[in-house]
Design a protein around this ligand. Structure first.
Ligand SMILES: [Zn+2]
Length: 374
C-alpha cells in the first residue's frame, strides 16, 4: 500500500502530491473483509491529508505588542500566509498552534487574562478562517488560577480548542518562574482538565534560576531542554502525573534532556530500555513510590514527545528507547527553522521504520486529536 503523502519531501518536488488515487488504490488492495478493528479505525482517518505538526507557533498581535511594550523579546513576526507556505512546502496538512514564551504573566492578573483571551481568540479565528489547516492549544494566564479556570471553560467550550498549553515554569514574578508544574497551587487547574480529559502541551522557557546563567549563550541552547526535564521531574515526583490519569501531556523538543538522564531517573531499569517500548529480558522490577504507585517508567511512557529540534539520530534514538513509538509526534517549531529541512532530517536520521514514521508524522496525532478525525 502506497503512502506517498508521508514520503520524505524532496527538493523541487511538489509537496502536495494528490493522494486520493493512492489512497483508494490502497484501500482496494487491503480488501474490506480483511480489516482488523484497529485498521478500520486507521482507515477512518483522513489519510488524504499529510503531516500533522503539533509544534507550530502563532503570531498573535496582542502578544507581540505586549512583549514589545515591555521590552521583553524580539518576536519572530511571521504571517499566517508564511506559516501556510512553510506547511505546504513540508507536506503539513494541519498545524496545532501555541505561542512562544515567556507567557502572559507580568504580575498583573488583569493584563494576563486579557492577553491570554486575545491570543486565544486570534488562534480560534485562524482555525476557522483556514478550515482543516489549523488546530489550537489555548493559552492560560498562569498563575492566576481563577483566570485559568475561566479560560479553560471559554477556550475548550466556546472556541473549541484542542487542549491547553503551559510553559515549563511559572511564578509570581514576571517573566522567569521559580515554580514547576507539579506545584500544589496548580491542582485546581489539573482537577478541571482531568475532568475534561484534556491535552496539555508543555513548552519550555527560561527559568528564574538560570536565565542568563552563561551570558551570551541563549536559553534555547541549554535551558529549554533542561527546563523541560525539570518540568517532567516536577510532575513525576509531586505525584501529579499519576494523580490525574485522564490528562495527556505533550512535551516539546523530545522531552528535553530526559532521555539522556534515564539512568539518573530510572536507576537499575535504564540499561534494559530498548526500542518499541519494551524492556530487555532480566530487567529488575519497577520501583514504586507513593508519588508513582505504578513506578516511573509507566508515567514517562504515558507522556507524548514532539520531534522539534531533536530531528537527529543521537536524540531520536534515545527518545525512541524511552517513549512509546506511538507517543512521538511530529513538530517543527515554526517559525524557527524550516519545515522542509525538519522533514528531511527526520528521515535522514533513519531512526524510524516505515510504519513508525507514518505514526510520527500523522497517525499518532490523528489518534490523539479528535479534530483530525472529523
Ligand atoms: Zn517552540
Amino acid at each position: 500500500m502506497e503512502t506517498t503523502h508521508l514520503e520524505p519531501i524532496q527538493k523541487n518536488k511538489p509537496s502536495n502530491c494528490m493522494c486520493r488515487r493512492n489512497f483508494l488504490g490502497g484501500m482496494a488492495a487491503m480488501g474490506a473483509g480483511t480489516l482488523l478493528p484497529s485498521e478500520v479505525l486507521q482507515a477512518q482517518m483522513p489519510k488524504l491529508a499529510g503531516r500533522v505538526n503539533t509544534h507550530h507557533h502563532l503570531t498573535a498581535p496582542a502578544y507581540v505588542k505586549f512583549l514589545s511594550d515591555n521590552n521583553v523579546r524580539q518576536f519572530p513576526n511571521k504571517s499566517i500566509a508564511e506559516g501556510l507556505d512553510d506547511m505546504d512546502k513540508s507536506g503539513v496538512s494541519t498545524a496545532f498552534v501555541s505561542t512562544i514564551g515567556p507567557g502572559f504573566w507580568f504580575g498583573n492578573p488583569t493584563d494576563a487574562r486579557r492577553i491570554a483571551r486575545e491570543v486565544n481568540e486570534f488562534a480560534a479565528r485562524q482555525v476557522v478562517d483556514h478550515p482543516g489547516r489549523f488546530g489550537m492549544f489555548a493559552a492560560l494566564p498562569v498563575p492566576d488560577i481563577e483566570g485559568c479556570l475561566r479560560e479553560i471553560e471559554y477556550s475548550l467550550d466556546t472556541l473549541k480548542a484542542d487542549g491547553v498549553y503551559l510553559f515549563t515554569n511559572f511564578g509570581d514574578k514576571p517573566l522567569y518562574g521559580d515554580k514547576y508544574l507539579g506545584d500544589a497551587s496548580l491542582a485546581p487547574i489539573y482537577e478541571e482538565l482531568n475532568r475534561r480529559r484534556a491535552i496539555i502541551y508543555i513548552h519550555p522557557k527560561d527559568a528564574a534560576c538560570c536565565h542568563d546563567a552563561q551570558p551570551g549563550i541563549g536559553g534555547s541552547l541549554i535551558e529549554y531542554g533542561t527546563d523541560t526535564t525539570r518540568a517532567i521531574a516536577s510532575l513525576l515526583f509531586s505525584g501529579t502525573a499519576a494523580r490525574y490519569p485522564n490528562l495527556t501531556f505533550i512535551f516539546a523538543h523530545g522531552g528535553g534532556t530526559m532521555p539522556y538522564l534515564a539512568s539518573r531517573f530510572l536507576g537499575d531499569l535504564a540499561p534494559y530500555l530498548q526500542d518499541n517500548g519494551t524492556l530487555r529480558a532480566g530487567a529488575p522490577a519497577e520501583k514504586k513510590t507513593s508519588a508513582m504507585p505504578r513506578g516511573m517508567l509507566p508515567e514517562l511512557r504515558k507522556f507524548y514527545y514532539d520531534t522539534a529540534s531533536v530531528e537527529n539520530p543521537l536524540a531520536l534514538m534515545a527518545l525512541k528507547k524511552l517513549a512509546l513509538p506511538s507517543h512521538i509526534l511530529f513538530g517543527t517549531d515554526f517559525p524557527f527553522g524550516n519545515g522542509m529541512e525538519h522533514v528531511e532530517n527526520l528521515h535522514a536520521s533513519r531512526v524510524f521504520n516505515e510504519a513508525e514514521m507514518r505514526g510520527v508524522e500523522r497517525e499518532n496525532a490523528a489518534l490523539l486529536l479528535a479534530r483530525l478525525r472529523t
